[in-house]
Design a protein around this ligand. Sequence first.
Ligand SMILES: C[S@@+](CC[C@H](N)C(=O)[O-])C[C@H]1O[C@@H](n2cnc3c(N)ncnc32)[C@H](O)[C@@H]1O
Length: 333
Amino acid sequence: MPRSILFSFASDSYRYAVREIREAFPGEHRFERVGAEVARLADSAVSVEDLAAACDDGRIMFVRHLTVEVAGYPLDDLPTAQELATTLLEEITVRSVSVQAWIDGAGTGSHYRHLIADALTSRGISTELSGRDVVVSGIVAGKQLLLGVNRLADSLSDWPGGRMRLARGEDRVSRSEFKLEEAIATFGLELIPGGKAVDLGASPGGWTRILRQHDQEVWSVDPGALDPRLQSDRRIHHEATTAGRFFAGNRVRFDVVVNDMRMDQVTSARMMLDAADHLRRGGLAIVTLKGGGKNPLDGARRGIEVLRERYDVRHARQLHHNRNEITVVGTHE
Ligand SMILES: C[S@@+](CC[C@H](N)C(=O)[O-])C[C@H]1O[C@@H](n2cnc3c(N)ncnc32)[C@H](O)[C@@H]1O
């Protein structure tokens, strides 16, 4: 029986997400926008597994989270815990699940999370915030509480609606740090300890700091300054120049190249082609394709087309911490 799939996205990316789904899965589809950041693919002919696979490999970039809709209730007429649990238990065959809740256009949905988790606990199901193979989602959108159940493997993210929350510690150098941290966690990227990384567009040094946390020796390329807190680290080499000039004189072979340079998608991707000459085979590339503009989808696709000349593109997604950007991950072929 066809099920409806709830998918989430950045509030101004809905039309791109819909276009991508239509192009990846030609045929009749019924889309219903149920909130600023969530929509329904009603009675979907596409399975959630196939949709998740298209998001995982970058064919669909503007979808952040998926769940299969199992019920919906008006907020002013919520079911009893007993009824809630009975509905969910028809969908759940495991004894332990993650329960995640979020409020569309607002913060976390901890009140609703407790409601769902308590209902399940009373029926002997143990609940966690994350880390289980099955995720129960509660989404407050408009005046409704929507319930979804999905395998973590098909959810794209282990955070409520794909909204990853990272601690804002005092040692943070920039807000951009979150983008790299989110990419590494979401795509399960592994940086070889003791590796060499080049950080293009490094100033003020947020990504450099994250790379150091992953035990990389970092060449930080940017005409702009690095945060003073990074200056005493002898495994950070600030190259106060542009990426083009740096590569013209570079002799280091890198394991990782990251690029958060502020420039349009194609120019940035072309610089990654130069970078490939300095990256070992199989080396990792992480780049934010910026440029947003009138058509961020086509801009990102043009950038990715260029990247494919030298990289095996593994993932491409507008992550929670991205603004008008797509984070692309590839390996050097
Ligand atoms: C968004 S900021 C990078 C923030 C950084 N990732 C962090 O976490 O702190 C973009 C940077 O790209 C740099 N940039 C732009 N064009 C560049 C180029 N051709 N070569 C090197 N850096 C460049 C800018 O100087 C700017 O500092």
